[in-house]
Write a protein that binds this ligand. Sequence first.
Ligand SMILES: CC(C)(COP(=O)(O)OP(=O)(O)OC[C@H]1O[C@@H](n2cnc3c(N)ncnc32)[C@H](O)[C@@H]1OP(=O)(O)O)[C@@H](O)C(=O)NCCC(=O)NCCS
Length: 185
Amino acid sequence: MDPILIHVPDTLVTPRLLLERHMPDTGKDLYVPAAASQVELARFLPWAVDGIFLDQMESHVRRQHAQFTLRNELNYRILKRTDGSTIGVTGFVKCQWDIRQFEIGYWLATTETGNGYMTEACQALVETARTALQSTKIVIRCDTRNAQSANIAMRLGFEFEGTLRRFKRDAHGDWTDIATYGLLT
Ligand SMILES: CC(C)(COP(=O)(O)OP(=O)(O)OC[C@H]1O[C@@H](n2cnc3c(N)ncnc32)[C@H](O)[C@@H]1OP(=O)(O)O)[C@@H](O)C(=O)NCCC(=O)NCCS
């Protein structure tokens, strides 16, 4: 089936969080937590290295809105249900529809880490992949130095599958080894 015909929910609800598909004019909501977390994000996310800018964030959410429609990437803004504040992003950053395999990516505002929010958000993604997307496998990949990211995969029951050594260079020119975690669904 053409992936564009597959229903993917625009909104996911968890006990503490709301996950909403990126929409035009929400760039400013993401800009605030991202800019405040720039140093931490830049450790592992290349797009944050040269700074975080409001107009780039708005361009990003508009492109992501289109990518969601095309089913190329399925990313969501994460809001806290208590106060509606935006605290980060997660979603399927790579969709292999032919074999129904999906890769999860994420970032969280530094002030919101340590509460289990991202694990909770990713659990909702796993359930969505199993049901709406009829996934066969879900993948999380991260820099081997990114223990917080690896811990999310492990908490969700993903298995460590191996490390791709010297996969790329980081922003400082140092080699990055990438660990892969997989969940057969
Ligand atoms: C990766 C990242 C999202 C992890 O954030 P995090 O807060 O550690 O992850 P969670 O929100 O799932 O919270 C887990 C932490 O909350 C604690 N916690 C508290 N209540 C919890 C609950 N109800 N359920 C689960 N964990 C809970 C856990 O013990 C854990 O803390 P610990 O690592 O000290 O043991 C964050 O570090 C980040 O955005 N980093 C920068 C961007 C990045 O690296 N992205 C990934 C690229 S691959």
